[in-house]
Ligand binder design. Structure first.
Ligand SMILES: Cc1cc2nc3c(=O)[nH]c(=O)nc-3n(C[C@H](O)[C@H](O)[C@H](O)COP(=O)(O)O)c2cc1C
Length: 201
């Protein structure tokens, strides 16, 4: 259920109604049926009550000539604004040849060129899904490393690295394994606690 922020008038008087947490999901894989898209949506579901939106990282390739000649593309500015307007960010990373996907790195690089730093002190949960047995562990740590320079608050809940990811989601896109659901639930609880600790909401 959606709540507006501000005093609510009831028969008993005024109650302060907390605004919903605003989550932004980023799938490091662009394809429509990406397991990482399913994972980031599962994360939002398990976070509990919140407003959820998904970022589009289908951006032009970073090119200094575009930046100098035309300026930072509108869609990059829009992404930076969405990050800045969120209480927490969920990033699900695929593993491409033992590292971060080019599209995700490209998005991080573009956003780093926008004035200000929308990541600063923002709670972030990083997770991964991959075909391999490691569940994208190497890529996940590469994402954490790439984010470090922006000084977000990356939460360290239970690690979520979904291995053999193609067989881990049902037809509705839900995780089927109890252990992954538990780990993701724990990670989301850590993220919610971080948002509340910061008093963002
Ligand atoms: C270019 C490329 C490189 C890949 N390299 C790895 C890898 O290093 N480790 C791994 O576990 N899977 C690797 N895979 C398989 C991906 O894990 C698999 O395609 C996965 O489903 C991608 O995530 P998605 O479902 O969110 O698109 C690779 C796939 C591609 C397309």
């Amino acid at each position: 259920m959606r709540h507006a922020s501000g005093p609510l008038s009831t028969e008993e008087g005024f109650h302060w109604v907390a605004a919903m947490h605003r989550l932004l999901g980023i799938s490091g894989s662009l394809r429509r049926d990406a397991t990482n898209r399913k994972l980031v949506r599962e994360a939002a579901r398990l976070y509990g009550e919140a407003e959820y939106a998904e970022a589009d990282i289908r951006l032009p390739l970073y090119d200094g000539d575009i930046e100098e000649g035309l300026g930072i593309p509108e869609e990059v500015r829009g992404l930076a604004e969405r990050i800045a307007a969120s209480d927490a960010i969920l990033i699900a990373a695929p593993e491409y040849n033992k590292s971060i996907s080019g599209s995700l790195k490209n998005a991080l690089d573009w956003v780093s060129r926008v004035d200000g730093n929308p990541w600063k002190d923002r709670p972030v949960a990083v997770m991964s899904a991959a075909a391999g047995r490691g569940g994208g562990e190497v890529a996940q740590y590469a994402v954490r490393q790439a984010l470090q320079a922006f000084r977000p608050r990356i939460v360290n809940g239970a690690p979520v690295m979904v291995a053999a990811a193609h067989s881990e989601f049902d037809g509705d896109g839900h995780l089927t394994s109890k252990s992954y659901i538990e780990a993701l639930t724990q990670l989301m609880a850590a993220l919610r606690a971080e948002v509340e600790l910061l008093g963002r909401r």
